[in-house]
Design a protein around this ligand. Sequence first.
Ligand code: AP5
Ligand code: MG
Length: 213
Amino acid sequence: MNIILLGPPGAGKGTQARILVEEHGMVQLSTGDMLRAAKESGTEMGDIVADVMARGALVTDDIVIGLIREQLNTVNANGFIFDGFPRTLAQADALTNLLAAEGESLDAVVEMEVDDDALVARITARSTCGDCGEVYNDNTKPQPADGKCSNCGASDFRRRADDNEESLRTRLMEYYKKTSPLIGYYYAKGMLTKINGLGEIATVKAAIDKALS
Ligand code: AP5
Ligand code: MG
């Protein structure tokens, strides 16, 4: 199964994608994670995108489509979870074509609905394990008291450069202007299921399982 998790910043896309990976052996393709990895490793592309990401603006379609193309060409998977991609109509069309070139297609698009106040609260309280990417939240999923990641045992917790109120405002604006048209696009294709992303992590997970079954 190839699915898209669609939703605004902080909707819980990364959190739920990691659960799907664990339970179903699918592969998570997060363009945000790929871009942050490029930034960390100091590649030319990483340098180009660093400022854009910190401001909360979107990176160009060419760059992210290239990243996804490379993954689809090289990774063999029991289904892909697209997390944070596509984010524009041009990216959505590119994804259809890239999957078709691999003899694959998209099976479902899950839209995670969360209101803006909850998004701000979630984003400003988020941290991530720098080693394995496990996602924490000061309020709803605090870092373990022993200071070690519950998934991998590392002690390298990080906060993202774009997880501040000003960047978040830009990220939300980008979502509503450029990404939300995808809701109508996939609805028209009969692929969209909306779920309430406001419940607890396990409740949201159950809603996604139901949407995919
Ligand atoms: P990206 O990394 O994709 O960020 P985003 O879309 O803004 O989404 P987030 O990762 O912030 O949120 P999430 O939905 O994954 O939530 P999470 O599970 O972490 O993109 C970053 C940047 O890269 C973009 O701004 C852009 O510059 C660039 N970029 C990336 N892709 C691009 C593309 N395709 N085109 C162009 N540019 C691109 O959860 C958030 C918090 O909430 C966590 O603390 C978590 O513990 C908590 N939480 C999760 N679920 C729940 C729940 N049910 N209840 C309570 N708390 C919860
Ligand atoms: Mg994410």
